[in-house]
Design a protein around this ligand. Structure first.
Ligand code: EPZ
Length: 437
């Protein structure tokens, strides 16, 4: 199993290009199921989650060709309206194919996703939404089978009890090809959803209310192909901004959009970093002294993103005072706390609230990646720690960060990947840690 070794203490300087957003790329790829014409997507990040999605779509019958980051997807006919347990357990976003299959073919079967390391992650709102549009839902041997009784959904009205990112996308996918009209309330408004709706509109979908929590969707008989560039990854951008803040560095972030990270910018400035917009989607971030403490609570967009919580935990671990972080989205998204403690961080947990007493420095250690964002939080800690850190089980990182080592090396980090080595912990949690986020 591969690991990453980092020798801490370098102040990062240089420029980092931001990749296409993984969490927009995955649902955008699923749109390839909704039309028989070619869908051309630019800027698909080369990460293992997009490889997994490609594999799932090919299993259904989609032809996927790619030329570097340009993907051409086309689904003339299907070979199987099914995504297996193996696919869904590797990546929960694969559950998104159910809404698309139901919308276009009136039938789909996807394995019920299990729990995962960051929380239970139910799919009840996805299923209630499908039912509200007229679908019949059945379970068989751990699979969910969704069916439109007369081959095509009539459409309907659904209010999400709370905003869900993939739940909203799944129900939208089912509604765009329904016979009638649908209204969805309390839809999540993350920028990745807006990006997907923009692409759907280019394909001919009739959706009103983009960017708001109420959508009116008039089903159409067919969608066409189109060309679309994936939104830049705001979580990757926030991650590298924290790297600059922590290492007292000076980074130019190329291709990101600050407007997509309102609370994050506020928090970084409060902790002492200087952020300057240079125009043409270039942002400069300079870290100065030891970060000042801060308080944050994660919330659905436009609140503070849960996907940046672990990175800010590392920032708080080095702050000059006490910070608090409240995690409101995932009940178990504090797996990085124990690993940061191995590096000397002082963090106490009380249910979903972490209190962090900042330390002047952390020290290198062997630590274990547990999920995508926890892993990158450890990379950030290692960049500033005294001495060398080895991060194990970095397959989590490869799911969502494109060429992370190269991007950091180009800015002066001493980081490299090493091959398989002996396990320093038992493998008893392998089944859990392999489950997708
Ligand atoms: C998406 O997950 C992201 N994944 C996650 O990013 C992200 O953490 C999350 O949204 C929140 O922003 C993708 O976009 C592929 P939710 P998703 O449904 O859609 C509850 C990363 O690191 N809920 O918005 O699965 C749920 O338990 C990943 O890139 C229900 O109760 O999250 C949670 O508390 C990890 N019933 C809340 O809603 C449901 O049917 C929000 O979850 C669905 C969700």
């Amino acid at each position: 199993m591969e690991s990453i070794k980092i020798l801490g203490g370098q102040s990062l300087k240089g420029s980092i290009p931001i990749s296409g957003a993984k969490n927009a790329a995955l649902p955008l790829m699923v749109l390839g199921l909704l039309t028989d014409e070619p869908l051309v997507l630019e800027g698909i990040p080369n990460v293992t989650d997009t490889h997994s999605m490609r594999h799932i779509l090919e299993g259904i019958g989609t032809s996927v060709q790619h030329f570097s980051k340009r993907f051409v997807l086309q689904t003339h006919h299907t070979t199987s309206l099914q995504a297996s347990y193996d696919d869904v357990r590797k990546m929960r976003a694969s559950f998104l194919v159910l809404g698309a299959m139901l919308g276009r073919f009136g039938l789909g079967q996807v394995s019920l996703p299990g729990g995962c390391v960051i929380g239970v992650r139910p799919i009840n709102y996805h299923l209630e939404g499908f039912k509200a549009l007229g679908a019949l839902i059945d379970t068989s041997n751990g699979d969910i089978i969704a069916k439109a009784p007369s081959g095509r959904l009539p459409g309907g009205h659904y209010t999400f009890p709370k905003p869900t990112v993939t739940g909203s996308q799944n129900v939208i996918f089912a509604a765009v090809l329904a016979k009638g009209e649908s209204r969805l309330d309390n839809v999540a408004i993350e920028p990745e959803i807006t990006d997907v709706i923009t692409c759907l509109q280019k394909m001919g979908a009739k959706i009103e209310g983009k960017g708001t929590s109420t959508l009116h969707i008039q089903g159409v008989d067919a969608l066409s192909g189109t060309q679309h560039a994936v939104l830049p990854d705001r979580i990757e951008m926030g991650t590298y901004m924290v790297a600059a803040a922590l290492t007292r560095g000076d980074l130019i972030i190329e291709g990101g959009d600050l407007a997509l990270l309102p609370h994050v910018v506020e928090c970084l400035e409060q902790s002492g970093s200087t952020i300057t917009e240079l125009g043409h989607n270039r942002i400069r971030i300079q870290g100065h002294d030891r970060p000042q403490p801060f308080h944050l609570s994660t919330a659905p967009y436009p609140g503070f993103p849960t996907d940046l919580q672990a990175q800010f935990m590392t920032l708080a671990a080095l702050a000059d005072g006490e910070s608090t972080i409240v995690e409101n989205i995932w009940e178990n998204r504090f797996m990085h706390v124990a690993e940061l403690a191995r590096m000397g961080a002082s963090i106490t947990l009380d249910h979903h609230c972490a209190t962090i007493q900042g330390k002047p420095h952390l020290t290198g250690a062997h630590v274990m990646a547990t999920d995508l964002r926890a892993s990158v939080g450890l990379v950030l800690a290692a960049l500033v720690a005294h001495g060398e850190t080895t991060i194990h089980r970095i397959y989590h990182l490869d799911r969502g960060y494109e060429v992370l080592e190269r991007k950091l090396q180009n800015c002066g980090a001493i980081i490299h990947r090493i091959g398989s080595q002996e396990e320093f912990m038992t493998d008893q949690h392998d089944g859990v840690s392999a489950v997708a986020s």
